[in-house]
Unconditional design. Structure first.
Length: 105
């Protein structure tokens, strides 16, 4: 893997259960770590879901090999949130290739 290709900074968040003062539990996204990545556009489409037009976008994130990433995490990149769809570990290139879809909120 060439270090010069990792031009973008992405942040990984994991979902954690947090207990409040009254004993209740709530889910919260907590920052896990930052990584340098190569980000490429994979595809985009416009679909109608429940009478609403939604633009969905998928990107490919290539980072250095990392075993700490799970499919339950989220990626924050360029002010947007992405849901991880697949994680492919390429030991020959020493890279982790992540396919992620933009979360429309």
């Amino acid at each position: 893997m060439q270090a010069g290709l990792l031009r973008e900074k992405i942040t990984f968040y994991r979902n954690e259960t947090i207990r409040d003062n009254f004993g209740g539990n709530s889910q919260s996204w907590v920052k896990a770590f930052d990584k340098r990545a190569r980000v490429t556009f994979k595809n985009g489409q416009r679909k109608e879901i429940a009478g609403e037009i939604v633009n969905s976008t998928s990107n490919t994130f290539m980072i250095r090999y990392c075993k700490d990433i799970t499919a339950n995490m989220r990626i924050y990149y360029d002010g947007r949130k992405y849901k991880i769809e697949s994680i492919n570990k390429d030991r020959i290139q020493q890279a982790t290739i992540i396919e992620a879809e933009l979360i429309n909120e």
